[in-house]
Every structure is written in structure tokens, then in C-alpha cells.
Design a protein around this ligand. Structure first.
Ligand code: SF4
Ligand code: SF4
Length: 274
């Protein structure tokens, strides 16, 4: 995590920070506003040049750092993300929507026309793509920060790293490590509660297991996860059916390559009844 002093850049002019929203709930942008104690310091180090969630002031690009929240779900998004990339020296995608499609990527496994006809009185007004896709599917991304919503201290660390031309130090170990650091009793071992913690990226401080709930992986896969083994144990030892396991993999981060591969494999086997 970033110590306050690490925010300090050594550039002669304040770098320009832009915050962009695509299809999302705004929760990750709120994580930036949630910095509270650190916001004034951040404001001393960067010029917050574009941040419609917080200000109507708009400074023209180019921008030094762009934070991009949300997934690409409309034809307009496709054009706008190209423009954001053109205007940005560094582009950081923030949150499960931007890095792994988000909840809205559930459409990728269903019929989006049917969805819109059920949800909207006038579906003809809806101009949407068949799929929700992460930012990196369309433009080069300099860093992906996982989480739903992202952890504000990890966000400050990423901004600090780009201001100081160094690699971000964001722990990629599992939620299990965070549990151990909090002296939590393991919910799986002690209570037989299914928990995705062993394969999930750190950042939440093991929030759910701290309240005796299983983790459902809103921070996405950790580095080198073995989700196949975890899901196998879940099915074999806790008797979960395959649909339940697939649904669990397809929530916030369904398009993260690791979860996508395991869920698709199970779906194929389910169709083949093997
Ligand atoms: S990742 Fe989660 S909190 Fe962030 S915008 Fe998407 S739904 Fe909201
Ligand atoms: S679901 Fe997992 S990653 Fe998300 S807050 Fe709960 S414990 Fe943390």
C-alpha cells in the first residue's frame, strides 16, 4: 500500500488525471472519492482535469493518467474508448467491469435481445452490443486494477506508481492470506462453507470470511490460481451441482480468462452430461 509520501511525483508540472466512466455502477469512481484524507494530497500532486462524477470542470486532453471504469457495451463506447486511449499517456482500467466485463457480461451467456424485450417497455430505443467486454479487449491497457469495487489504497498505490515511473505494488496473493493475517477461522475447513478465497485476488481484507461467509470472488482471480481444483473439491466434497459452480464463476468477473475457461469447460461437460 502507498505511504502518503509515495504520492509525491518529481515532475515540474502537475500531471493531468482523467477519470472516465463506461458501463458501470460508479462504485469504483466512488472509491477515489472515498479517499477523503488522501484527496487533498492527491490534489497537490495531480491536476484532476476530467472527473464528471465529482466536477463539471473539464480540462482539454491529453492526459497523463486515465482511470477507466466500466465495460464496453454500446456502439458509442467502442468509439469513445479509442478516443480516451489516444488522449492518455497511461491508461489504467479499474474494477471488475473494466477488467472482466462486470455483472453486465452475464448477457454474453444469454440472448441480449430477449433480455431487452423483458426489461424495457420500448426495446427499440436500446442500442446495445451483444456482449459486454473489458477495456483491454479494445485498446492497450497499462495496468488493470481488480475488484468490485476497487480498494482505495490499491488505487492510490497505482496512481503513485505511475507518477513516480515505477511498477505498481499491488499484492496478487489470495484472500486466504488476508484471512490468516486477520486470524480468521477458515470457513471452509471449520464449517464446510464453500469459499472462493483460495483463488481470489487480495484487496478486500477478507471481508466476507470475517463475517463467517464464503468469498464469492468479487476481486477476480489471484495470480496463478487453481480454480479447477477448487471447483472439483466443491463438487466432490460439498456436493455442489455443476450449475451452482458455473453460476459462482459467472458473477462479477466472468470474462477473466481463468474463470471463463473453467466455467466453459463445465458447461461443455454439462451439455455432454459427462
Ligand atoms: S466494478 Fe463493481 S463497483 Fe466498480 S463500477 Fe463495476 S459494478 Fe460498480
Ligand atoms: S466476495 Fe471475496 S473478494 Fe469480495 S469482499 Fe467478499 S471476501 Fe472479499
Amino acid at each position: 500500500m502507498a505511504a502518503d509520501s509515495q504520492l509525491i511525483s518529481r515532475q515540474p508540472h502537475k500531471p493531468k488525471l482523467a477519470v472516465w466512466k463506461f458501463t458501470s455502477c460508479d462504485g469504483c469512481q466512488l472509491s477515489l472519492l472515498d479517499c477523503e484524507d488522501e484527496l487533498l494530497l492527491l490534489g497537490q500532486e495531480v491536476e484532476i482535469a476530467y472527473f464528471m462524477e465529482a466536477s463539471s470542470k473539464v480540462e482539454e486532453g491529453p492526459y497523463d493518467i486515465s482511470l477507466v471504469e466500466g465495460s464496453i457495451t454500446t456502439p458509442a463506447d467502442l468509439l469513445r474508448i479509442q478516443e480516451v486511449r489516444r488522449q492518455s499517456k497511461f491508461l489504467v482500467s479499474i474494477g471488475a467491469c473494466a477488467t472482466a466485463g462486470g455483472i453486465q457480461a452475464l448477457r454474453n451467456f444469454a440472448d441480449v435481445v430477449e433480455f431487452t424485450s423483458v426489461v424495457y417497455a420500448e426495446p427499440s430505443y436500446i442500442h446495445t452490443l451483444k456482449e459486454s467486454t473489458p477495456i483491454a479487449a479494445h485498446v492497450p491497457v497499462d495496468f488493470e486494477l481488480q475488484g468490485c469495487p476497487i480498494n482505495k489504497l490499491q488505487l492510490l498505490e497505482v496512481i503513485s506508481a505511475f507518477l513516480n515511473s515505477r511498477a505498481p505494488q499491488v499484492s496478487s496473493h489470495s484472500v486466504c492470506i488476508e484471512c490468516k493475517l486477520k486470524n480468521n477461522v477458515c470457513v471452509w475447513v471449520a464449517h464446510g462453507t464453500p469459499c472462493m478465497g483460495p483463488v481470489t485476488h487480495a484487496g478486500c481484507g477478507a471481508l466476507c470470511p470475517s463475517y463467517n461467509r464464503g468469498c464469492y470472488a468479487c476481486y477476480g482471480p489471484k495470480e496463478n490460481p487453481n480454480g479447477e481444483s477448487l471447483c472439483h473439491w466443491w463438487e466432490q466434497n460439498l456436493g455442489a451441482d455443476r450449475s451452482t459452480v458455473i453460476e459462482n464463476l459467472r458473477n462479477f468477473n466472468s470474462l477473466s480468462p481463468h474463470f471463463k475457461e473453467i466455467s466453459q469447460d463445465r458447461e461443455h461437460r454439462q451439455k455432454g452430461k459427462s
